[in-house]
Design a protein around this ligand. Structure first.
Ligand code: ARG
Length: 452
C-alpha cells in the first residue's frame, strides 16, 4: 500500500534522489547495518537466526558492491533504500526487520560521520606525506640562499630550507585541524530514530563500540540535526587548500623565466599547443585555483544549514556533494603537491644571484648602528640616506667609499663592509625561529617531532 495516489513526477525524482552521489556511503551503510542487526539481536528485538540471515544478506550486498554486480533499481531513492531493498530480495521478509528502531535520519547522520572520520584520516595521512617531502627538500637545500619577499619585493635573504619549512608548519597545523574533525565525529547518532528516540530500549553503546565511536550522542534531536562535523571538515579543507594555493602560486612565479628559481619536472608540466618551446606549470596553477572551490563548498553548506529549523530537513541532503567534491579535490591536490615537490629542481645560482643583491641588507646596517647606540628609528633614516646615495651614484652599498659613509654617520667603519659580505646577513638571524643555519636545524628537529 502507498499513501500516494499518483506516481512521483520525473523531475521531482531527479531533484529528490541522492542515489547518483550517495552510493559512496555504501560501505559505511553496510557496516552500520551489520552492527545495528547485531544490536537488535543482543537486545532481544530480533532473533539470533534473523540477525544471521541479515548478516548473510549484507555480506552478499557488500560483495556485489565490491565486484560491481550490485544493480540499482528505478525506485532506489538513495543508498539506504537501495541496500535495504537488496537485503530484502536476498533474505526475504526478514529483510524488512533491518530498519526496526532506525530511521534514515539517524542512519544518514551515522554514515556521514563515519565517512568524514575516514576522509579526515586520509587527509591527515596525505598531509604528513607532503610535510615529509618538504622536510627532505629542506634538508637537501639547507644553506641555499634566496631572497625573502614582502609585497613581492625583495626584502631579506633567507635559506631555501627556511622558506620550505614555512609550508611544513602550515601543514602541521592543517593536520591538527583534521584531527579535531575526527574528534567532532566521536559520538554515534544512530539510535536517535527520526528525531525523538525509538520505542525500544536499544543498546547504543554496543553499536558505538562496533563502529569505532567513542560514545553516543546525548540528545536525539541534536543527533539528527547535527552536521557540524561536515562543516568542520570543509573548514579544515578550505584552510589547507588555501595553503596549497600559496605554494602553487609561488611555484608558478619561481618557475618563470623571470625568477628562474626552480624547474618543475616534465611529469608535472604541460606543453603549449602552439608554442613548442613552452613548459607550463599547469599543475601549480591548478593548486592555486582549487582553493576557492573548496572554500565555496564550505560557504555553501553554511548557507544550507543556517536558519534551518530542527531537526532533519531534506536540505541536509545537500551536504554530500559539497563534502565529496571537497575530499576528492583536496586529496588530489595534496598528492599533486607531493609529486611536484618530490621532483622539483631548484637552481642554486639563480637564487643566490637574486639573494646577493645588497639592498636587502639595509636592515642589518641599521642594526649595526643600533648596536653602536643609535635609536632604531634614527638608524633607519641614516640607512635610507645611504641607499639613496648608492642608487643615485649607481653604486652598490659596499661600493660606497669610507668618506661617503662618514658623510652619513660617524658610526660606520670597517664593520659596515663586513655586514655586507656574502651570507653574513643570513647567519646574523640568530633569533629563535630565524633563518640562521643553527635555528633552521632546530626547526627541522621540531618539525620532525610533530609528524608521525
Ligand atoms: N538521502 C537522504 C539524505 O541524504 C537520506 C535521509 C532521508 N530522510 C528522510 N527523512 N527523507 O539526507
Amino acid at each position: 500500500m502507498s499513501r500516494f495516489a499518483e506516481p512521483q513526477h520525473d523531475d521531482f525524482r531527479r531533484l529528490n534522489d541522492s542515489i547518483g552521489f550517495d552510493r559512496r556511503l555504501a560501505p559505511f551503510d553496510v557496516e552500520q547495518s551489520r552492527a545495528h542487526a547485531s544490536m537488535l539481536a543482543a537486545s532481544g528485538i530480533i532473533a539470533g537466526s534473523e540477525r544471521d540471515e541479515l548478516h548473510r544478506a549484507l555480506d552478499r550486498v557488500q560483495r556485489e558492491l565490491d565486484d560491481g554486480s550490485f544493480t540499482f533499481s528505478a525506485g532506489d531513492e538513495d543508498i539506504h533504500m537501495a541496500i535495504e531493498r537488496r537485503v530484502t530480495e536476498l533474505a526475504g521478509a526478514v529483510g524488512g526487520k533491518l530498519h526496526t528502531a532506525r530511521s534514515r535520519n539517524d542512519q544518514v547522520a551515522t554514515d556521514m560521520a563515519m565517512y568524514v572520520r575516514a576522509r579526515a584520516g586520509d587527509a591527515a595521512g596525505a598531509l604528513a606525506g607532503l610535510a615529509h617531502t618538504l622536510i627532505e627538500l629542506a634538508e637537501r637545500h639547507l644553506d641555499w640562499p634566496l631572497p625573502g619577499y614582502t609585497h613581492l619585493q625583495r626584502a631579506q635573504p633567507v635559506y631555501l630550507s627556511h622558506h620550505l619549512l614555512a609550508y611544513v608548519w602550515m601543514l602541521v597545523r592543517d593536520r591538527e585541524r583534521f584531527r579535531l574533525v575526527t574528534d567532532a565525529t566521536a559520538l554515534l547518532p544512530l539510535g536517535a530514530g527520526a528525531l525523538a528516540g525509538v520505542n525500544f530500549d536499544t543498546d547504543r553503546r554496543l553499536v558505538a563500540d562496533a563502529l569505532g565511536f567513542q560514545g553516543v550522542s546525548a540528545n536525539s534531536i541534536d543527533a539528527v540535526s547535527n552536521r557540524d562535523f561536515v562543516l568542520d571538515y570543509l573548514a579544515a579543507a578550505a584552510t589547507c587548500a588555501t595553503h596549497l594555493s600559496r605554494l602553487g602560486a609561488e611555484l608558478v612565479l619561481f618557475s618563470s623565466e623571470e625568477f628562474g628559481f626552480c624547474e618543475l619536472s616534465d611529469a608535472w608540466s604541460s606543453g603549449s599547443s602552439i608554442m613548442p618551446q613552452k613548459k607550463n606549470p599547469d599543475a601549480a596553477e591548478l593548486l592555486r585555483a582549487k582553493a576557492p572551490r573548496v572554500a565555496g563548498h564550505l560557504v555553501a553548506l553554511h548557507g544550507v544549514l543556517h536558519g534551518l529549523p530542527l531537526t532533519y530537513n531534506k536540505d541536509m541532503q545537500e551536504d554530500k556533494e559539497h563534502l565529496f567534491d571537497t575530499a576528492d579535490t583536496l586529496e588530489l591536490c595534496l598528492s599533486a603537491a607531493q609529486g611536484m615537490m618530490g621532483s622539483i629542481a631548484f637552481k642554486r645560482d639563480r637564487m643566490a644571484a637574486a639573494a646577493a643583491d645588497e639592498l636587502p641588507a639595509a636592515t642589518d646596517i641599521a642594526d649595526l648602528l643600533v648596536r653602536r647606540g643609535l635609536p632604531f628609528r634614527e638608524a633607519h633614516g641614516v640607512v635610507a640616506g645611504l641607499v639613496r646615495a648608492a642608487l643615485d651614484a649607481g653604486k652598490s652599498l659596499s661600493g660606497l667609499a669610507p668618506d661617503e659613509l662618514a658623510a652619513h654617520s660617524p658610526l660606520l667603519g670597517e664593520e659596515y663592509y663586513a655586514v655586507l659580505r656574502d651570507g653574513a646577513w643570513l647567519e646574523a638571524k640568530v633569533s629563535e625561529g630565524g633563518t640562521s643555519l643553527a635555528r633552521v636545524r632546530e626547526q627541522l628537529e621540531q618539525a620532525r617531532a610533530c609528524l608521525p
